[in-house]
Design a binder for this molecule. Sequence first.
Ligand SMILES: Nc1ncnc2c1ncn2[C@@H]1O[C@H](COP(=O)(O)OP(=O)(O)O)[C@@H](O)[C@H]1O
Ligand SMILES: O=C(CO)[C@@H](O)[C@H](O)COP(=O)(O)O
Length: 499
Amino acid sequence: MKYVIGVDLGTSSVKVLLVDQKGMVAGEVSKSYPLIQEKSGYSEQDPNQWVEKTTEALVELVANFHGNPSDIEGISFSGQMHGLVILDEQLQLLRNAILWNDTRTTEQCEQIYHIIGKEKLLEVTKNVALEGFTLPKILWVKQYEPNIFEKIHVFMLPKDYLRFRMTEKIHMDYSDAAGTLLLDIAKKEWSGELCEALGIDPTICPPLVESSDFIGTLTKEFADKTGLNEATKVFAGGADNACGAIGAGILSSNKTLCSIGTSGVVLSYEETKDLDFKGKVHYFNHAKENAYYTMGVTLAAGYSLSWFKEVFANNENFNDFVSEIEEVPVGSNGLLFTPYIVGERTPHPDANIRGSFIGVDSKHTRAHFVRAVIEGITFSLNESIEIFRGAGKKIDTIISIGGGAKNETWLQIQADIFGAKIMKLASEQGPGMGAAMLAAYGCGWFDSLDQCADKFLDVVKVYEPIPENVKRYRELFKIYQEVYEHTKILNRKLVEFRY
Ligand SMILES: Nc1ncnc2c1ncn2[C@@H]1O[C@H](COP(=O)(O)OP(=O)(O)O)[C@@H](O)[C@H]1O
Ligand SMILES: O=C(CO)[C@@H](O)[C@H](O)COP(=O)(O)O
């Protein structure tokens, strides 16, 4: 039996998945690392930690593997998107990575509009300027850390840096490059025009490849450290949401994905590069060749829940903590939560907004708060579903992946709030599975990713919407939607009190 490894470099942890030729998960190890949050709105990580923790995870995976490491034929990656990693001429890190959920760059987003213009930006990149994307982060370094900016030899995204440390090769795939706001999405090339207008040397942009492209093999040093074979083939990999889509079989039109990790995403497959959503949702190259996807993003989805747990139930087991919600009725007895704890993207691109609990009552217990957090996250994702439905998409079945898909009650809440069937797959590790599938396809096990998905993916349970819950949630969703407008001004006034 042959195997491949999918490495999912997430925001909360790295997950490595060993998958055999039948698509069965033969081993799984996860290692977490922290966020570095020096100020409100800042979010960084030390890229050395990604390498260290991935190495530890692979050592454990190989040690528990009963076969021969030379049977592990290929490895590929899925990575948290947009994070800026910069290296000097000696290929040494110049600073910590500035992550996708770091919102310090509102000023740089305004500069982009001022210099490029919103229409031109949409024409080239298909996206609007959001704080989380990579380009505003490069401009922030240019403005506030000019000594570092002038030393930049190359910039990368998180999984590209990890792959570089494993292979000594530098590349970026189209699906991740699309999230930098420097890629001409339709032409699949770096936009020299944007670089020139914004004073960025285009040579700092790495060579572009397809997600399933063969990059090389592991360095001897990395192979020796982990116990993997030096001849293991390395394939480029993709953005975590593109890989999540592959790992959930979102490989043709009319398929929708809901992914609840640190962020939350509603994603829809697109065949063409010329649809016009006017920047309301993100529009990126897929990790499947010459395909695209659109998506709406909730910045703090799983993160809202883990934040609440960390503050109010730090020492409890996650499953026990979440299981309390089963006893609380639909609507949490009138308690509403908006998950804007680090700002928001879809449908409110607003770095200053913050979360609220509305309707706190002396009868509420902690369990009501936990359920309200989960319902609020799901309402926020429903805003993206409404945008897609408003654009004429039929959404009646959704595949749900990510940490949030571990809880059965939450999956039922998704069915009831989205008013759609929710499919649960055998593994909720969509991005890691997608990465493994890119390696399996790259190794030549299948003629296409679609063929691989047919063999590897298995729906294990379907959650049907319960009509009376759907009705109740519809009423509550309307009230939920009002909270943003009512709290926007208050949050602007609070900005000066945050540090
Ligand atoms: N048992 C659980 N039930 C529901 N949600 C969970 C559970 N365990 C973890 N989560 C949620 O999953 C999130 C992490 O999901 P994951 O897909 O691993 O994220 P990432 O890829 O961003 O690291 C956490 O923020 C947490 O809220
Ligand atoms: O910023 C985005 C997508 O645009 C996020 O979805 C990141 O890609 C991080 O993903 P997770 O760690 O939550 O999976």
